[in-house]
Design a protein around this ligand. Sequence first.
Ligand SMILES: [Zn+2]
Length: 237
Amino acid sequence: MHFENCFLSLFFDITDLNRLSKLFNYLPFKESFMGIATLVIGIISLIISFIPCVGWFVLIPAIIGLILGIVGVCMEKTKGKAIAGLVLNLLAVCVIVGMSFLMADAATGGPISRAVEKNKMDSCKNNQKMILLGILLYVEDHADCLPPADNYRELLAKDVDAKLWQCPSGGEYQYFGNGQKTMSLGASASTVLLVCPGHQENQIVGFADGHVESLPPEQVKVAIEHCEPGELPVLER
Ligand SMILES: [Zn+2]
């Protein structure tokens, strides 16, 4: 009888937490039902929220868990589980929203993906500068000749760390030298020695004089296609 009265009064004013509290007192397993429910939903939601694309499916359960957590914190005598569940569900919602934002940013070339790409391009340029320095040291010790294409990495291993050959974007550097004498290269500031194809817009190119540039792929492609056998690509300026 008391339960019915309380339920009816709640029906007319769901925002009255005092009446909701009275109703809650009539429920079985009242001690920790909300806390356990929100905690279980929170743990599951937080784990799944980290999985790209799948995380979206637990957004609504996480919001429900969040509401249960708030109700549990307001009404349960032992609030520990409800607080823990509340925090976990809140984290899950934040992870889902954050992951969605990052995916949208990557898909549309937003500010975060541009900053990440710029960081990769800077690392790529530094890698190529170190490799070109190693090549110049090799040339000095080998009668002005570039390392041959067959085993240039082994020949340069003394001065060039193996990890420098891998661009942070995932691409590997293309090396064009093949034992040529550098004195025969002419305009070495336009002579291409290294190319990294692994970037979104421009390619990073290392030149025989040791400098590095970011250039449109079409310009680099023309230089490589017009290169005679046994010669190095020369960029049209
Ligand atoms: Zn690169």
